[in-house]
Design a protein around this ligand. Structure first.
Ligand code: XMP
Length: 584
């Protein structure tokens, strides 16, 4: 099997690069950028990712020069472009010159990298520094008005690099550039397919488990379902114990539905109602990372209690449905900044991983690859096609506040009134975590293009905000009240979420969104506020607002305002980045 290595410089898009390479039918793997050159042996080429640093920062990711003397082709992207220029003695200009968002390159010179492209191509830029002079042996292949060396190449050594992001969908022909690199330049054939990996994955499970048993938490989501199924097929049912925890933060009716779905597959799942323990542990906690840590560790506590009940000796491992991107979003690769603690990666789990006691059969796969494996395993479509649901469940969609507060005015923008909400949410900006007050817009034009534009304008120009919402119905909520994760608030959120899902089915819009979080804010005029977060995405790493029709949204807000505790309904109009999908 041909292989391309992606050298990780800590960018949030590193996995996206690897995934796109696999979409070209070529297996790809991620390694830290400072790995020894020998680690690249056997690869047909390597790609250096983007990252949040400047090559001039102390401690910034650097590449060993030996990687460039192996005789294998290389492609640098964004920071990787600058790093290649720097390492091969070109000139990188440290800059306050920031360029974020869409740009247009002019292709100046033909090359194998740009084969098939037009003279002008839209691309996506996100950088501060830039390459002023390419290293000796390189030609400038493309420029933008703000960036002369937007792409460069050295055909003799087969080294190429681009300042823009070829891996994101906002660079429409980015995939063609990647294809040129892996097929034309590296000579890879298309011989990778996740669906063909079932036997190899099962073999891996058998090797990793040895003679040990496996304790597996199943959430009903596609990842844990596929991982659990692989493990039971590989080891046999008697060696695997599947448990489903009702944390109290699941969706309405979900526990019943999942137990029934697994029952139909002939799997006897233990259902553990641990909701009382979860609510008690989270009482009085508002800070998002604190909530996540408590939830992750509570899973382990419940696991220990279950193991004690089973009377197992020490000869077992924990099975998890962790997938590849889960590891980077929580700072899992060495270079990346921590955005959120994934529930599969809290302290106690990390200790178990270090001790070789965690089995993660699909940790190298991406979501769409997991679905492909699920189809091969003949799992029911309703399990495979479910919208992704986070492990911590509604707990990260029910926002909490330790104090009362009030909105603050913000300058009107593009004809919309604006205010800063008296609560914070998590975002990801320039590859780093942010925790800031969202902006609330009201009035103005109800038009998705106009809202998308104003949303970008606010987050690009007003550094105090990482997220923008639009008032759909009800009076603008202005006062925050002290509130935590209680059964009452979760029941309200469950009901609102159930109404949204029913409405999606009624309006035949379920497939128009990749995911649709419904969020509860302790803000209102006595009651609470609901935020709708419909997104389009490929894998959750980046996302766009799904532009649902406003007349349909009006029918939804009527159903939500019918709940007496709901004062207002907002639409989240931010893309990711700068906002994350979940509010936390
Ligand atoms: P964010 O909010 O980081 O979410 O933009 C990206 C995607 O990941 C899901 N998500 C999680 N999934 N455990 C999971 O299994 C988690 O702890 C977790 N946190 C976020 C989120 O729903 C979205 O699809």
């Amino acid at each position: 099997m041909d292989k391309i290595v992606v050298l990780d410089c800590g960018g949030q898009y590193t996995h996206l690069i690897a995934r796109k390479v696999r979409e070209c039918g070529v297996y790809s793997e991620i390694l830290p950028v400072d790995c020894p050159p020998e680690a690249l042996r056997g690869a047909k080429g390597f790609i250096i990712s983007g990252g949040p640093s400047s090559v001039y920062d102390a401690g910034s990711p650097q590449i060993q020069s030996g990687c460039f003397t192996l005789g294998i082709p290389a492609l640098g992207i964004c920071y990787g472009h600058q790093l290649m220029a720097h390492a091969l003695h070109g000139d990188v200009q440290p800059g306050d010159h920031r360029e974020f968002g869409p740009a247009e390159i002019e292709v100046l010179d033909s090359s194998r990298l740009t084969k098939g492209l037009s003279a002008h191509e839209p691309v996506w830029m996100s950088h501060g520094d830039l390459v002023r002079e390419p290293p000796a042996g390189f030609r400038v292949l493309a420029s933008t008005p703000g960036c002369r060396v937007a792409a460069m190449g050295d055909d003799a050594r087969r080294f190429y690099s681009v300042q823009f992001h070829v891996e994101v969908t906002h660079t429409p022909h980015g995939k063609a550039i990647l294809q040129n690199f892996v097929h034309e330049i590296c000579g890879c054939s298309s011989d990778w397919s996740a669906g063909e990996r079932v036997a190899a994955l099962e073999e891996h499970v058998r090797k990793a488990a040895g003679n040990r048993r496996v304790f597996f938490f199943v959430s009903g989501g596609v990842d844990s379902t596929v991982a659990f199924t692989l493990v039971t097929r590989a080891l046999g049912r008697e060696r695997v114990h599947g448990a489903y925890i009702d944390t109290g933060f699941m969706r309405q009716g979900e526990t019943r539905e999942i137990a029934a779905a697994f029952g139909a597959l002939g799997v006897d799942l233990e259902v553990i109602d641990a909701s009382e323990q979860f609510f008690r542990a989270l009482d009085g906690v508002a800070e998002p990372e604190a909530k996540r840590k408590i939830i992750g560790e509570m899973f382990i506590t419940v696991q220990d209690q279950a193991i004690a009940r089973l009377g197992w000796d020490d000869n077992w491992v924990l099975g998890q449905g962790t997938i590849y991107p889960d590891t980077i979003e929580s700072g899992g690769t060495k270079q990346s900044a921590k955005i959120k603690t994934h529930h599969n990666r809290v302290g106690k789990v990390e200790e178990m991983i270090a001790a070789g006691r965690v089995l993660e059969p699909i940790a190298e796969l991406y979501k769409d690859e997991v679905r492909e494996v699920g189809r091969k395993l003949e799992l029911p479509t309703e399990l495979i096609a479910r919208h992704p649901f986070p492990g911590p469940g509604l707990a990260i969609r029910c926002l909490c506040s330790t104090e009362d507060g009030a909105s603050t005015p913000a300058p009107p923008v593009n004809g919309y009134d604006a205010a800063r909400l008296p609560i914070k949410s998590v975002g990801v900006q320039g590859d780093f975590r942010s925790y800031k007050q969202p902006t609330l817009l009201s009035g103005g034009r109800r038009d998705h293009a106009a809202l998308s534009e104003v949303s970008g304008l606010v987050t690009n120009t007003q550094r105090e905000s990482n997220r923008v919402t639009y008032l759909l119905a009800g009076p603008a909520p202005t006062r925050a009240h002290r509130a935590f994760l209680t059964r009452e608030r979760i029941a309200l959120l469950q009901e609102a979420d159930a109404r949204v899902r029913q409405w999606l089915r009624d309006e035949k819009l379920s497939t128009a969104v990749w995911q649709f979080p419904v969020v509860l804010l302790p803000i209102g005029n006595g009651g609470e506020t609901i935020v709708l977060r419909p997104v389009e995405s490929e894998d959750g790493m980046t996302a766009h607002v799904a532009p649902l029709p406003f007349d349909a949204l009006d029918r939804l807000t009527a159903r939500l305002l019918d709940l007496s505790a709901v004062d207002a309904v907002l639409l989240d109009i931010s893309h990711k980045p700068p906002a994350t999908i979940e509010w936390e």
